[in-house]
Design a protein around this ligand. Structure first.
Ligand code: FAD
Ligand code: NAD
Length: 475
């Protein structure tokens, strides 16, 4: 007879593994099945995020940022260096070791929580049975009271530019380059394009980024986007907007990328291309025909606001369902589903999900952009405070960017916070908490912030929304 569980989770990325752990914490018998295989053939839990996404990219962003700071900031501090050399092999060894530690950590978490963790491919059959194909091809079947699908996403491939993983690369390839490409073209000036473009630019590549849209960072507040464009240009990132890519020709070890923009047909010849034009949900061979689980027209698993698929006791969370493709969004959905399965109350506040782009300066936001607030017709006020007037940012030699807060004109409630500057990704947590607690700009104004800290910029932006900033002569 098939083993039976209370909960079977398919996928052990940042959506699936927290689902399994919370379900086990809730006293349920849990199995989590994951098929991830690294390029060296090793099996690992943690999904895209830990193996080929958030963690390795942040490791390389940190290393390459140190290179940049040593080259361009040390002198201002009065620190003399005699030439900075990059040892990419050591940098990549460090990245791989962080990934190994973190993915090993997921296995340890499963063990400690009592989750049965299985490497293999999971396929949902009718009646909440799951067929598992082990890495050696052996098949087995389990049954569960509840099944949670957390199969994640994969990169979008351009039909005119198929991945060969040598010259035409995806984001995973780009995290594992063993030499700095002298000339690099990134297709897509989205989050991956800007983060990985920054890594390789700082390590010495000449980087051209081709973006189809006319607007830079269209998802972000446009005041923030304009500042980001200015900073990236200064750093030597060559972002070309309105560029419609038509194809790529690989010859003699180089790639000629052809595109058209407002000036007509163009091309750029480089050593490698990174295609970063978005990710799409992944559900290959996940569902037998008679499960009752449906996919929408874009391939996402259809779910309601509480992640129910419509098939009895089958749920789906993370990148494979609607909403932003962010690790923390998937984690909250998974934890909420595990609590709902246990009969507990759970809620995910989709209106308050922070976004962070880990470039330098960092970019982070939560809530609505000014463009969205304007379009909604809500009366609003803005407060902006520049890091150039913040003592800690000056001391850090990082006094670029600003904090911008949007608050309702009548109730004063915070509608959105947008930060470009040092450690923006850390600073946004305070704004996120404030919005989660439905704070007003005045609540932030009346909260004591330690001096000198970067967080004072958020405090001052809140004051600026009522034209009462203390430390800025302009407002
Ligand atoms: P995944 O992480 O994709 O995990 C899904 C897992 O399910 C995988 O292990 C897969 O092998 C497994 N699986 C799929 N189908 C089956 C099956 N049938 N049987 C068994 N196993 C299966 N997000 C952030 O929030 N912050 C960041 O800084 C960030 N940086 C990123 C950088 C890069 C380069 C990339 C590519 C992404 C980044 N993301 C970041 C996005 C983030 O990685 C995803 O949002 C997140 O991993 C989604 O989690 P998930 O669990 O839904 O899916
Ligand atoms: P994205 O949606 O952020 O950006 C893709 C960009 O490519 C867009 O600007 C789009 O206009 C452009 N584009 C699309 N087709 C194009 C074409 N044919 N030619 C030129 N440009 C084109 O997607 P991404 O950067 O690939 O990232 C995928 C997902 O991973 C995102 O949803 C993001 O949420 C997640 N991610 C998050 C982080 C983070 O949180 N720091 C980091 C990396 C990735």
């Amino acid at each position: 007879m098939a083993d039976t569980y209370d909960v079977a989770v398919i996928g052990a990325g940042p959506a699936g593994y927290p689902t399994a752990i919370r379900a086990a914490q809730n006293g349920l018998k849990v199995v989590c099945v994951d098929e991830w295989k690294n390029r060296d053939g090793s099996l690992a839990f943690g999904g895209t995020c830990l193996n080929a996404g958030c963690i390795p990219s942040k490791a390389l962003l940190e290393s390459s940022e140190l290179v940049h700071r040593a080259q361009s900031e040390f002198a201002a501090h009065g620190i003399k260096t005699q030439g900075i050399a990059v040892d990419l092999a050591t940098m990549q060894k460090r990245r791989a070791s962080i990934v190994r530690t973190m993915t090993g950590g997921v296995a340890a978490l499963f063990k400690a929580a009592g989750v049965t963790a299985v490497h293999g491919h999971g396929r949902l059959l009718s009646g909440r049975r799951v067929e598992i194909t082990a890495p050696d091809g052996t098949r087995s079947e389990i049954a569960a009271r509840h099944v949670v699908l957390a199969s994640g996403s994969v990169p979008v491939e351009l039909p005119s530019m198929r991945f060969d993983h040598q010259r035409i690369c995806d984001s995973w390839d780009a995290l594992e380059f063993d030499a700095v490409p002298p000339r690099l073209c990134v297709i897509g000036a989205g989050i991956i394009g800007l983060e990985l473009g920054s890594v390789w630019r700082r390590l010495g590549s000449q980087v051209v980024i081709l973006e189809a849209l006319e607007n830079f960072l269209a998802v972000a507040d446009q005041q923030l986007a304009a500042e980001a464009a200015r900073q990236f240009k200064r750093q030597g990132l060559d972002v070309r907007l309105g560029a419609r890519v038509s194809g790529a020709r690989v010859a003699d070890g180089t790639v000629r990328v052809e595109y058209a923009d407002a000036r007509g047909s163009q091309s750029v010849t480089v050593d490698k291309v990174i295609v970063a034009v978005g990710r799409k949900p992944y559900a290959a061979d996940l569902l037998a025909a008679d499960t009752g689980v449906k996919l929408d027209e874009k391939g996402f698993i259809s779910v309601d606001a509480e992640c129910r698929t419509g098939a009895e006791n089958v749920w789906a969370v993370g990148d494979c369902v609607r909403g932003p493709m962010l690790a923390h969004k998937g984690k909250e959905e998974g934890v909420a589903v595990a609590d709902r399965i246990a009969g507990r109350y759970a809620h995910v506040n989709y209106a308050v999900i922070p976004s962070v782009i880990y470039t330098a300066p960092e970019i982070a936001w939560v809530g609505q952009t000014e463009e969205q607030v304007k379009a909604s017709g809500t009366a609003y006020k803005t407060g902006v405070f520049p890091f150039s007037a913040n003592g800690r940012a000056r001391a850090m030699e990082a006094a670029v960017g600003f904090v911008k807060i949007l608050a309702a004109g009548d109730t004063d409630s915070i509608l959105g916070v947008h930060i470009i500057g040092p450690l923006a990704g850390e600073l946004i947590a305070e704004a996120t908490l404030a919005m989660e607690f439905q704070a007003s700009a005045e609540d932030l104004q009346r909260t004591i912030h330690a001096h000198p800290t970067l967080a004072e910029a958020l405090h001052e932006a809140a004051l600026a929304s009522d034209k009462r900033a203390i430390d800025n002569i302009n407002k």
